[in-house]
Design a protein around this ligand. Structure first.
Ligand SMILES: *Cc1c(COP(=O)(O)O)cnc(C)c1O
Length: 339
């Protein structure tokens, strides 16, 4: 097989050799199956197509200087998938089965884990869907869990840098007591229009406000928001935010670096007092924010004029990436080394 140009990869789908699947049928999950097929054979009345019984996960595997492959916090993803399943009445997949499937698919596609130093990694996408046929609005009685992988390039191709985001009050991604805390496709469908608007205007994401009052900062595109001031890491408390594993990790790192952590409501006006701001998630780890333009109020909050990220964003980013690639000791037990 010809050598891939690992450092020029984007964040797109590239075919790999195998994916792993598991079916829920007759009241139980079956054995893991391996396939080379990129397609699934689906009943036209499957609930995932009609009633949105679909949840997914996203995590990464990294190759270290020692050549070993490290998978980051997969147990957290397994638990979050179960939480998503409970949210839309799908069969929960046992944590052990999830971990087994992830390790298996990475091992089978070992060739596609990019080399250390390329800045690239292997993106792992678990997916769970209702496959049983149903016309009445009811949960399916059959499910498919699958895990696909695809190598992805460095998120910051020209180095770690800031991007602008925008507040657009005309849109919500999730309702206060809706599906915002679970990782389901429906939330993403709702974010496509505002996301496209933001991109058209040159922003990297929409900073959503709480849907009820439009007073507090909520989710930031497909990522969690955080602000930094007075050596404090502040991230929104909300019933419509997806609990990011990256955010959870950054919180632990910030505490270990002697910072104070606050998880609470963030009023929009408080944005003017932050020294740094960023979004976080598996894709970028941290994507620092240069400015937040509040389109409706004609106001801007500026964190960086020259595109350079703030010191604390940079420190947190380097620390987390260091652990993921195995350059820093795994003091929190976040990494599974693939044997
Ligand atoms: C997946 C996701 C995140 C980030 O979660 P990580 O576990 O850090 O990757 C944040 N917000 C939304 C809406 C998401 O779907």
């Amino acid at each position: 097989m010809k050598e891939l140009d690992w450092s020029s990869l984007g964040f797109g789908y590239m075919k790999t050799d195998y994916n792993v699947r598991c079916y829920f049928k007759d009241g139980k999950w079956g054995e893991l199956e391996t396939t080379t097929s990129e397609t699934i054979n689906l009943h036209m009345a499957a609930t995932c197509l009609h009633y949105g019984q679909e949840a997914f996960e996203g995590l990464k595997a990294f190759r270290g200087k020692d050549g070993k492959i490290r998978i980051f916090r997969m147990e957290e993803n397994a638990l979050r998938l179960q939480h998503s399943c409970r949210g839309i009445l799908m069969e929960e997949l046992p944590v052990e089965k999830f971990k087994e499937a992830v390790m298996k698919v990475v091992k089978l596609n070992e060739y596609f884990v990019p080399p250390y130093g390329s800045g690239s990694s292997l993106y792992i996408r678990p997916l769970l869907i209702g496959t049983g046929a149903q016309i009445g609005v009811r949960p399916a009685n059959e499910y498919l869990f699958l895990v696909l992988v695809t190598p992805v390039g460095p998120y910051f191709k020209e180095g770690f840098k800031t991007t602008p985001v925008v507040i657009l009050r005309k849109y919500d991604r999730a309702a206060p007591l809706g599906t915002g805390t679970i990782k389901v496709g429906g939330n993403y469908a709702a974010s496509l229009v505002p996301g496209a608007k933001a991109h058209e205007m040159g922003y990297s994401a929409v900073l959503y406000l709480d849907a009820r009052e439009k007073r507090y900062v909520d989710e930031c595109g497909p990522a969690n928001f955080f602000g930094i001031k007075n050596n404090t890491y502040i991230t929104p408390e909300s019933t419509s935010i997806l609990p990011s594993i990256t955010n959870k990790s950054l919180i632990q790192l910030a505490e270990s670096m002697g910072m104070t952590v606050e998880r609470r409501q963030i009023p929009v006006e408080e944005l003017s007092s932050f020294e740094e701001a960023g979004m976080c998630g598996t894709a970028a780890v941290i994507s620092p924010i240069s400015r937040i333009d509040d389109m409706d109020e004609n106001k801007s909050y500026i964190y960086s004029e020259d595109g350079k990220p703030g010191k604390i964003c940079e420190k947190l980013y380097n620390k987390l990436q260091g652990i993921q690639y195995g350059d820093e000791p795994d003091s929190f037990g976040w990494v599974t080394i693939l044997e």
